[in-house]
Design a protein around this ligand. Structure first.
Ligand code: THU
Length: 138
């Protein structure tokens, strides 16, 4: 039997992939785990670049993994971020504006976003709380 809830499972995966973040410039390591409707979890970590704007956030990296294999519907996203050896993490890592817009392309306003400091310290938001009045052409 699994001792974790679905939310905690996702947080665990986000914490795990955070170890692979490439963040030599900011030293801020982010992990994201995305549960697709298929039941498969896709993960992503931030990957920075010496030309700073070229770097990619953990959230968009996780979405890119899922989208690349044809996934289009999603249930939940967990995000964790902080300095390298922090645990529990000092703060909840909230997605940047660009990631919020990116997420809104594929997820409706009820989409669940979990911001976690640890396996048992987390907050749950709806996408509409983090990105109200989101932009869509139609
Ligand atoms: N970052 C993410 O990966 N996700 C967020 O939600 C916020 C910021 C990354 C971008 C950059 O590599 C580092 O964290 C510091 O901004």
């Amino acid at each position: 039997m699994n001792k974790y809830t679905a939310e905690q499972n996702l947080i665990e995966q986000a914490l795990d992939v955070r170890k692979n973040a490439y963040a030599p410039y900011s030293k801020f390591y982010v992990g994201a785990a995305l549960l697709a409707d298929s039941g498969i979890i896709y993960t992503g970590a931030n990957a920075e670049n010496s030309a700073y704007p070229v770097g990619i956030c953990a959230e968009r990296s996780a979405f890119a993994q899922a989208l690349s294999v044809g996934e289009r519907s999603f249930q939940m996203l967990a995000i964790v971020g902080g300095k390298i050896n922090e645990y529990p993490l000092k703060n909840y890592c909230s997605p940047c504006g660009m990631c919020r817009q990116f997420i809104s392309e594929f997820c409706d306003e009820d989409f669940t976003i979990i911001l976690a400091k640890s396996i048992d310290d987390y907050k749950i938001f709806r996408l509409s709380e983090l990105l109200p009045y989101s932009f869509h052409e139609q």
